[in-house]
Ligand binder design. Structure first.
Ligand SMILES: Cc1ncc(C[n+]2csc(CCOP(=O)(O)OP(=O)(O)O)c2C)c(N)n1
Ligand SMILES: [Mg+2]
Length: 810
């Protein structure tokens, strides 16, 4: 149906008449695809750059992997067209995500990274100069602000660094895009947009593609349309026009991604440029996603070391016969008289010279700077050479007045004529009483932390399934009028006259996509507290790639800090195997602190945090939860923060904190020592139980019941990583006659034991054993049987308080 035989369009599932007519008009109007001679020459020049860049790399480093673009050289003019058109429509910031294929070419010719910076990455003798372990050259990111030569307007281009894991960067790019839109007040996506590139196989196969597409229709997640470009080299070569019209994917991909797909033959550069113009126009008109499918072939193997004839001999015999697209297009323009042979050759010579000169300069580079590849700089947050402005953290306490004020707003309805649910009235009343008594529970402590940061101009964004109410119905950050449909109120946004905005948003039912999105959001600015809450902690594992590939090693690979907070409900409460464990063992296993070395540090409070790859905590009191959230922002650098959050403790009468523990001068407590009779006569203490989180409440209850408060001390480890070696050493030394026991409610091969044991032993120079009281090893995180659950709990408490339990083992 398309006017040009090299273009095919899939959009029949779109049921908006205006949109359908728009597409028809773009593709069915005879003669609509006209190019001026100047446009043709620009296109030729862009093809020259794209083609000669790969040839140059091939000549200089024939045995290096570069995932070249040969066969789809039109990608460069395609992207440049989308950017030019978008710039013309008012866009001044384009955030891009892309896989390996053609990435170096895009860096060089679209984002315009200095060529010498790219070339020196091929020099194996250069030393790495920055902190961290770095990454291979075709994963690194880039940020560049420059003038768009076609529109003469400023444009900022950012390419987000990514792991090998295909399509994992998609939601990250979208989150960053959303954040950049949010911070510049671009509520309709008119100034900031994203472009996502895909390989055909990854596009069709990876579920994260669809998770990301489906975020685009949700108000707090939409980026108001993304232009997707698929480098589709799956179907051989494209001289047969039928190929350009047939979708290489299962035909319902278009339907699933809910976006029109424009298929275009990559051997017809003018058709490609035309389609890219239409795609950019579609995005700026309807602010919806659109897919450009560049149907091409891949001239070489998967990478330059790969031999495609092993497996596709006949296809590759055909491919070898194909004239490169540059040659074909040059011949066409010469035959049309648009350029002549010498002009064409001069264009080639000009670019080759640029490459040669850059190559010569690249030899002067002595060291590799990963910093030059940063995709998200935070101007003003660091010193000019990228260091934190201080190595200290102020008190995270808050004055009484602010605590009371936030508490009052949290227990009221700050708008007129608004009827809330009766059950919620009771909850707010209880909150009011707590505030009068100068106490907080978990939900109030969170309120205090958020509310106080908002006052200080810190934007807060809390995202996840059901976070507005809270999975456990404890939060209620969005009030719903019981009489007026869809009328809501967010008291957190009624706290202070010039406060920062609070965003709380129920996400789609996705973890991988949404966590990636929030990570991207947190990348944009250090002055925001971005939190993702899992419905239950276990669900984070469907987002494991974001955790393993971005959150844990992000700074080491890409010198990029990120302060995202993960709230992971965790605790063994007889709820069965699936709602019990946030898998602390996995997070702890990925911490970079050495179990066998006592760190030589003057200041553990801040310096140890600076050295770690992420912070893992399990707070036992609301006040400590309040402090750790505030510390996250008051620190002079950013680290991901993993918090195992409670379920039953949300309503536990003892899990309350006094305002006194939150006042100025107070701080997050990495360790909470025993404060009872045991601590008063430490010489007499027979056992120290070290624990973390909710089991503390079971242990104190049991100790009281057994009348053992003078015999057994209970020390809470609130910050698991980086491990508080200094404080725990003091604790161990305080009780010279005591046995040391780690007690946890999780199974032995899970939880914290494997992480804590060697570190605790390091604090005491391995002078004593560290015993274990807890559940036995198991394959599942928890039993499905309530009675078994309680029996197991009693058994671990028995071990914890049986002073003879380890006698025969010693
Ligand atoms: C999640 C994931 N699985 C597997 C791989 C290994 N892998 C690297 S490239 C590739 C093929 C990608 O094909 P396509 O998306 O069509 O891109 P092309 O290389 O053809 O441009 C695979 C399977 C990967 N990088 N990521
Ligand atoms: Mg492919």
């Amino acid at each position: 149906m398309a006017y040009c035989q090299h273009i095919g369009v899939e959009f029949m599932f779109i049921n908006d008449l205006e949109q359908c007519q728009w597409i028809r008009q773009k593709f069915e109007t005879p003669g609509i695809m006209q190019f001026t001679n100047e446009e043709k020459r620009t296109l030729l020049a862009r093809l020259v750059r794209s083609t000669r860049f790969e040839e140059f790399l091939h000549r200089k480093w024939s045995s290096e992997k570069r995932f070249g673009l040969e066969g789809c050289e039109v990608l460069i003019p395609a992207l440049k067209t989308i950017i030019d058109k978008s710039s013309e429509k008012g866009v001044d910031y384009v955030i891009m995500g892309m896989p390996h294929r053609g990435r170096l070419n895009v860096l060089a010719n679209v984002i315009r990274k200095e060529l010498e910076q790219i070339f020196c990455q091929f020099d194996s003798k250069l030393e790495a100069a920055d902190e961290g372990s770095g990454d291979v050259k075709y994963h690194l990111g880039m940020y560049h602000r420059r003038i768009n030569r076609v529109t003469d307007r400023n444009i900022t281009l950012s390419l987000v660094a990514n792991p090998s894991h295909l399509e994992a960067a998609d939601p990250v790019v979208q989150g960053k895009t959303k954040a950049e839109q949010f911070y510049c007040g671009d509520t309709e996506g008119k100034k900031v947009m994203s472009i996502l590139l895909h390989g055909d196989a990854a596009f069709a196969g990876q579920g994260i593609v669809y998770e990301t597409f489906h975020l685009s229709d949700l108000p707090s997640y939409t980026t108001h349309g993304t232009v997707h470009v698929v480098v589709n080299n799956q179907i051989g070569f494209t001289t047969d026009p039928r190929m350009a019209r047939s979708s290489p994917y299962p035909t319902d991909v278009a339907r699933v991604v809910n976006a029109p797909i424009f298929h275009v033959n990559a051997d017809d550069p003018e058709a490609v440029v035309y389609v890219c113009n239409v795609a950019a126009e579609w995005r700026s008109t309807f602010h919806k996603d659109v897919v450009v499918d560049l149907v091409c072939y891949r001239r070489n193997g998967h990478n330059e070391m790969d031999e495609p004839m092993f497996t596709q001999p006949l296809m590759y015999k055909q491919i070898r016969k194909q004239k490169p697209v540059l040659q074909k297009y040059a011949e066409l323009l010469i035959s049309q008289g648009v350029v002549n042979q010498p002009e064409y050759e001069e264009e080639i010579a000009k670019y080759d010279k640029i490459c040669e000169e850059a190559h010569a300069r690249s030899k002067d580079e002595k060291i590799l700077h990963i910093k030059h590849w940063l995709d998200s700089p935070w101007p003003g947050f660091f010193t000019l050479d990228g260091q934190p402005r201080s190595m200290s953290c102020p008190s995270t306490g808050l004055n009484e007045e602010d605590l009371t004020h936030i508490g009052q707003v949290a227990s009221s309805v700050p708008v007129e004529d608004f009827t809330i649910h009766g059950g919620l009235s009771r909850i707010l009343k209880t909150r009011g009483e707590m505030v009068k008594n100068r106490t907080v529970d978990w939900a109030l402590a969170e309120y205090m932390a958020f509310g106080s940061l908002l006052k200080e101009g810190i934007h807060i964004r809390l995202s996840g399934q059901d976070v507005e109410r809270g999975t456990f119905s404890h939060r209620h950050h969005v009030l719903h009028d019981q009489n007026v449909d869809k009328r809501t109120c967010i008291p957190m946004n009624h706290l202070w006259p010039n406060q920062a905005p609070y965003t709380v948003c129920n996400s789609s039912l996705s973890e991988y996509g949404v966590l990636g999105f929030e990570l991207g959001f947190a990348m944009a600015s250090p002055n925001a507290l971005v939190l993702w809450e899992a419905q239950f902690g276990d669900f984070h594992n469907t987002a494991q790639c974001i955790i393993d590939q971005f959150i844990c090693p992000g700074q080491a690979k890409w010198v990029r800090q990120n302060g995202i907070v993960l709230l992971l409900p965790h605790g063994m409460e007889g709820m069965g195997p699936e709602h019990s464990s946030a898998r602390p063992e996995r997070f702890l296993q990925m911490c970079n602190d050495d179990p066998d070395v006592f760190p030589k540090l003057d200041d553990f409070d801040v310096r140890q945090l600076y050295d770690c790859n992420w912070i893992v905590v399990n707070c036992s009191t609301p006040a400590n939860f309040f402090h750790v959230l505030r510390r996250q922002i008051l620190l002079p650098f950013r680290k991901p923060l993993i918090i195992f959050t409670p379920k039953s403790l949300l309503r536990h009468p003892e899990a309350r904190s006094s305002f006194d523990d939150m006042l100025p001068g107070t701080n997050f407590l990495r360790v909470i020592p025993d404060g009872g009779p045991a601590a008063q006569s430490p010489q007499n203490v027979r056992r120290v139980l070290f624990c973390t989180g909710k089991v503390y409440y079971d242990l104190t209850r049991e100790r009281k019941a057994r009348n053992m408060e003078a015999d057994v001390a209970i020390t809470r480890v609130e910050q698991l990583s980086p491990f508080p070696f200094d404080l725990l050493q003091k604790e161990a030394q305080k009780y010279p006659n005591a046995e040391l026991v780690w007690c946890q409610e999780e199974h032995k091969n899970q939880g914290y034991y494997d992480y804590v044991k060697p570190r605790l032993r390091t604090t005491i120079n391995r002078a004593k054993p560290v015993w274990y009281a807890g559940r036995e090893p198991a394959a599942a995180p928890a039993t499905g049987n309530k009675k078994t659950h309680l029996t197991e709990l009693q058994r671990l408490l028995d071990t914890a308080f049986n002073l003879d339990a380890f006698k025969d083992l010693a």
